[in-house]
Design a protein around this ligand. Sequence first.
Ligand SMILES: [Ca+2]
Ligand SMILES: [Ca+2]
Ligand SMILES: [Ca+2]
Ligand SMILES: [Ca+2]
Length: 142
Amino acid sequence: MDDIRIYNRALSATEVQKMYTLTDKAQAGDCTDANGAVHPLAAEVCDGIDNDCDGVTDEGMTSTYYEDSDGDGYGNASAPTSTCSLPVGYVTTTGDCLDTDARVNPTTVWYSDDDADGFSDGVVQTACTDPGATWYQSYQLI
Ligand SMILES: [Ca+2]
Ligand SMILES: [Ca+2]
Ligand SMILES: [Ca+2]
Ligand SMILES: [Ca+2]
């Protein structure tokens, strides 16, 4: 509630100035006076605006997502983005060592074929990175 003061005389310029100064102080925490929904008591919402005037935009509301160019469900750890919701073409899981080939990801099974005759000797391992020259994916074998 506003104070109501009744003066029985005209106020001096200094007194009037003082009143405005007090009013300004009360609003000093407001970072955007032009937007009534943005002030220190407002709740932060994910909108690209610092709603609560704490100097940080959308704090605690964003997550990190990773680009998945080949659509195999595994993202590129070196292509992250931080947003409020999952963008198209991004995933939450990293681990794709080759984001241009959907056949290569952490679930890729490699078959050993030491003599390179197209028939594996039955030894397999699961890895994203190609284990070496004598290891092949199933489509590379006969
Ligand atoms: Ca904020
Ligand atoms: Ca915000
Ligand atoms: Ca991928
Ligand atoms: Ca891949």
